[in-house]
Design a protein around this ligand. Structure first.
Ligand code: CMC
Length: 363
């Protein structure tokens, strides 16, 4: 038995490949770091769903369909309005996406449905963010692309080209990542011939946990704690490791070398954050944490994962920690949908066995 299904191959896929020994991540055969800076969010989403990059006409039609999916229907705004104000962002996104399924989504899922969910998710996040801040909802701007519009709907401002590129690159780098827990949850759900909305709702519930998508806000908490201790990262990190705590933003189930996404995001951060003193703190924390992890967890190959620099990038752009995991979800919904479509196209229901270790009837 492999606890946590470590190393168990559950599906065959042509969508993405993660090589944890080489530190390689491919989207349909392309190293992910060759996509950032070259293609837009829209183009990479199209590539993951259709298997080729869009022609100019295809790109225009696709971009237009994504834009049309941005508005939140009145019934869904009523659902959002009815939720208690203190509800956390991930619970809100999960609830809103689930409510979106009320007018019939069914097996088999379609790319058009994936476009709807991907288009609306940033609007839901922005709606809730602004409600919690006591600000009115801002309708989407059709003159802005997907990522720039997301930033606009959150803040009501247009952002610098550098900030938009930094967030867009982050969202491209995190769209797809093989058989991670949330993607697996999405595939398991659709394997019962359920629908896309149910699958994405399962994925969002899985993404929420701190061992998966919930880590970035933990990274900021860690960096804030170090900053509050006069930047003494050795003291803070050593105490955590001595208490048996995990350092958020380090370690990965698959990567036993540097996570290529963390590398790409680090390069992006160096460009975006410039001489921000907070950047020095992040760099110093990374170096010290890796040294200490080698001492406290010898032979475990624990390095910085994508969440560490994702958190740093989002802080540099000015996004609140409560937005980190929802923003990750707004990019990963592309990968989830690609996997759900692939699963549905050649489906066998998931039904693993369990090794029973409980008691037996007494003779
Ligand atoms: N800090 C301290 N020790 C760690 C850490 C860490 N971040 N990660 C793993 N370890 C230790 C763990 O305590 C265990 O030690 P021991 O064998 O002495 O008990 C050993 O390394 C192996 O741990 P594991 O839980 O069996 O390893 P895993 O491959 O199942 O865990 C992980 C992967 C991501 C859950 C884990 O590294 C972790 O909890 N990291 C912190 C949370 C985090 O940053 N999560 C984001 C992951 S990246 C986003 C994604 O792709 O989902």
């Amino acid at each position: 038995m492999q606890k946590g299904l470590k190393g168990v191959i559950a599906v065959e896929t042509t969508i993405g490949h993660v090589d944890g020994e080489q530190g390689l991540l491919l989207y349909r055969g392309q190293p992910v770091e060759t996509l950032t800076g070259t293609y837009s969010f829209e183009e990479v989403a199209f590539f993951l769903w259709y298997g080729h990059f869009p022609s100019p006409t295809e790109k225009e039609t696709f971009t237009c369909a994504l834009k049309q999916a941005r508005s939140i229907p009145p019934y869904l705004q009523n659902v959002l309005q009815a939720l208690p104000l203190e509800t956390d962002q991930m619970s809100v996104v999960r609830t809103a996406i689930s409510a979106l399924g009320l007018p019939a989504y069914s097996f088999k899922p379609t790319i058009e449905e994936a476009i709807t969910l991907t288009g609306i998710m940033p609007s839901i996040i922005a709606w809730w963010h602004r409600r919690q801040a006591g600000q009115p909802y801002l309708p989407a701007r059709s003159d802005l692309d997907h990522v720039e519009n997301y930033l606009y709907m959150l803040t009501g401002e247009t952002h610098s080209h550098a900030s938009v590129r930094a967030l867009e690159n982050y969202m491209i780098l995190t769209m797809e990542h093989g058989m991670n827990a949330s993607t697996f949850a999405a595939r398991v759900t659709v394997s019962s011939e359920s629908d896309l909305v149910s699958s994405i709702t399962s994925a969002l519930g899985t993404m929420k946990g701190p061992l998966h998508g919930g880590a970035p806000s933990g990274v900021i908490a860690l960096l804030d704690e170090i900053a509050a201790s006069d930047g003494d990262c050795t003291r803070v990190l050593t105490k955590k490791l001595q208490q048996g705590e995990r350092l958020m933003g380090f370690g990965h189930r698959v990567y036993k070398t540097k996570d290529p996404r963390a590398q790409a995001l680090k390069a992006q951060l160096l460009q975006t954050a410039g001489d921000d003193p907070w950047l020095d703190l992040a760099l110093q924390t990374e170096t010290t944490a890796i040294e200490l992890l080698q001492a406290y967890k010898p032979g475990r190959s624990l390095y910085t994962n994508v969440e560490f620099y994702a958190a740093a990038i989002m802080k540099a752009i000015g996004l609140a920690p409560s937005l980190f995991t929802p923003t990750f979800s707004a990019s990963r919904v592309v990968g989830w949908s690609a996997h759900v479509l692939e699963q549905a196209a050649d489906n066998t229901i998931f039904r693993p066995d369990a090794a029973y270790v409980g008691s037996w009837p007494q003779a």
